[in-house]
Design a protein around this ligand. Sequence first.
Ligand SMILES: Nc1ncnc2c1ncn2[C@@H]1O[C@H](COP(=O)(O)OP(=O)(O)O)[C@@H](O)[C@H]1O
Ligand SMILES: [Mg+2]
Length: 359
Amino acid sequence: MAENIFKKISTENEIFQDERVLMPDYLPEVMPHREKQIEEVAYGLKGAAAGKKTENMLILGSSGTGKTSTVRYVLKQLQEYSQKVVPIYINCWESSTRHSILNNIATALGEFVPRRGVSTDEITDKINEVLRKERKTPIIALDEVDRLFASHNDEEKVLYDLARAKELFSTDFGVVAITNSNEFLVRLDQRIRSSLVQKQIVFKQYSPQELKDILKSRAKLAFCPESLSEEVMPLCAARAAKNNGDARLAINLLWKAGKMAERENAEKVGEGHVRKAFEEVGEGESVEDKLQGREKEVYEFVREREEVTSSELYEKFKDETDRNIRNYISMLVSLNLITAETKGGVGKRGNTRIIKVKK
Ligand SMILES: Nc1ncnc2c1ncn2[C@@H]1O[C@H](COP(=O)(O)OP(=O)(O)O)[C@@H](O)[C@H]1O
Ligand SMILES: [Mg+2]
């Protein structure tokens, strides 16, 4: 009989103590080098706990600078601290329409909203109803809020709803908008800018030393004692520092290096494992990785063929209206993933368009 497969792959060398600590959705309990930002966000929201007006804010910073974690951290603490608020975190890549954002808010307030057949006005009414009864202040965090501008359906109008919440819902909302796009402010309508952006907090890219501290705080919980060679964290930190100081990349590299060591049944994670992790991880997460649902299917269809016509897309996704498909196309164009050129010149209506992937 051959050796039992589980015996063969069993590892006597334990590398990880708790791998979950290195997963992207893990919310750290301490965030080195973000103490000040955490305090700033909390300070802006403190009015809500006393039933007063909050300061609406915009958080700006490139990918992996700790924006999402900072806000989630503060919202969690706010929820524990006060019964008067309802913190609602919404990622605009997952809820990218005005309708779904309002829907999210209603649901978070405890209203049941059927998935289909409910108009935006009806949802607004429902939100109104709960708020009149409960007298709580919703604090809405809109993460990756620039996503709302990618559609051509004016989804960003929801920002207008939130900015004038007082008239619409007869109670103020706290709004924390998060973006990594400097264009966001430019696109924001002048009329709502002053009420949505009462305060701006910029998250700077982490330095190599800061990344090392971040890694250290996570490694302590994630790895068994003595399982990291000395050079491992500095290497991951240096690499991530070169990639815009992205802490997500640093942590992911550390995790992958650990996996490599585990796989080889090595006693410790060493430089070789980090190099392999570099190869596997590349430059980190890209826009493509964040696409979802139909949008993703449309993009993948184009990418596999490199070039398609709009009619081919209508044909492939027959169950969708042409209008929807046109929307997906313009969304992918504004995300800089594809190009769409009208055949036979611009301006002719109903013309077939040539859709190409951008490389
Ligand atoms: N100061 C920090 N301390 C500990 N972990 C951090 C810190 N900043 C970022 N991280 C971690 O890095 C990853 C990316 O952070 P995230 O908040 O998602 O960044 P952003 O939203 O700016 O892209 C997450 O896994 C997060 O836990
Ligand atoms: Mg984020």
